[in-house]
Design a protein around this ligand. Sequence first.
Ligand SMILES: Nc1ncnc2c1ncn2[C@@H]1O[C@H](COP(=O)(O)OP(=O)(O)O)[C@@H](O)[C@H]1O
Ligand SMILES: [Mg+2]
Length: 339
Amino acid sequence: MSRLLQRLPSPLVRIRSIKLKWSLIILAAVAVTAGTSQLGFALGWPVWVRPIMAGALALVAVQVLAQGMTAPLRAMASQADKIANGDYDQRVHTDAEDEIGQLAASFNGMAERLAAVDSLQKDFIANASHELRTPVAAIQNQLENLVDRVTQPDPDTLQRMLQQTEHLSALVRQLLDLSRLDAATLGPARELVAAGVLLKQVAHEAQLMHPGADIVVQLDGPLGISADEAMLHQLVSNLLANALRFSPIGAPITLSGEGASDHVTIEVADHGPGIAPEIRTRAFERFWQADGSGPTGSGGAGLGLSICKRIVELHGGTISIHSNNPEGTRVRVRLPLVP
Ligand SMILES: Nc1ncnc2c1ncn2[C@@H]1O[C@H](COP(=O)(O)OP(=O)(O)O)[C@@H](O)[C@H]1O
Ligand SMILES: [Mg+2]
C-alpha cells in the first residue's frame, strides 16, 4: 500500500504553503469522518463499526493527501550525512513548491557550491604542488651535480640556483599570503591610509628595482582612506609588478589615484600586450596565466591578481581590467572610503 502511494504524485504538490496543505488535509480528514458516520448511519451499520470505519477512511485520506510531503526531509537527512563524509554528488528530487521544496532547492544549491569549493581546493593543492615541485627539482638537480662534481660551483651556476630559490620563496610567500587572506573573514584591520603617499612609495620602491622604468604617478583629490595599509601596499605593488613585467622597456607606466566623496580609484596603466576582453575575468583565477606568461619565467605563478582580488573584496571594493589607449592594460581598483 505505502509503495503504491509513493508512486502516486502528491495531489497537493502545487500548493506553495505548507500551512495551507495541512489545513486542507485536516479539513479532508474531518469531512471524510463526518461523511462516513453519516453513511454508516444511513446504511444502518452497528454503532461500534461507524467510528472505526470513519477513522480508517480518514487515515487513508490523510495518507493520500500527505503523500510525498515528508520524503524530501528524509532524503535531506540521509544525504546530509553522505555530504558530511565528502560525497558531494547528493541531490534531493522533489516537485514540491512549498517551504520544504524551497529547503530542498537550497540544500541542492549548497551541495553544488560545496562540490565546487571542494574541486577548487583540490585543483589549488595540485597546482601549488606542481609549482613548488618545479624549482625544487631544478635546485636538487643542480646540487646533485655539484656534490657529484659533475659541475663546478661557478658564479653562473650559483646565480641560477639563487634565482630558483628566490622564485621558490616568492611562491611560498604568495601561497601564505593567500591563505592568510582567505582566513581573514572578519575583514582587514582599518587605519587611515594616505593612498597618495602610498602610491608614491610603491612607485619609488619599484623604481629602485627597475632603474630603467618610466613610472609616472598622478594624484587627484583627497586620497585618505580607511584600509589595511600593508594589504593596500601589496595590492598596488602586485599590479605595478605586472605592468613592469609586460610593458616594453622604456614605455611609461602610469600609477594614478583619484579621490571622490565616497571612494578612491587607483589605476595602473601600461603599454604592454594587453589582456583580451574574453579572458579578463579568468586573469583573477588562482594560477591562471595567459599563454606565454610561463610558469617559472620572470614572473610568478599566476597568483598576483587573485591576491589583489581578495584584498579588494576584503575592503568592499571592486577590481576590473580595461584596455589602455592605444594598447596595453589598465587595471582599475575602486575602494570605498569606509567599509
Ligand atoms: N599588465 C598586464 N599585461 C598583460 N597581461 C597581464 C598583465 N597583468 C596580468 N596579466 C596576465 O594575467 C596573468 C595573471 O597575472 P598574475 O595573477 O599577476 O600572475 P603572474 O604575474 O604570477 O603571472 C599573467 O600571467 C598575465 O598573463
Ligand atoms: Mg603578477
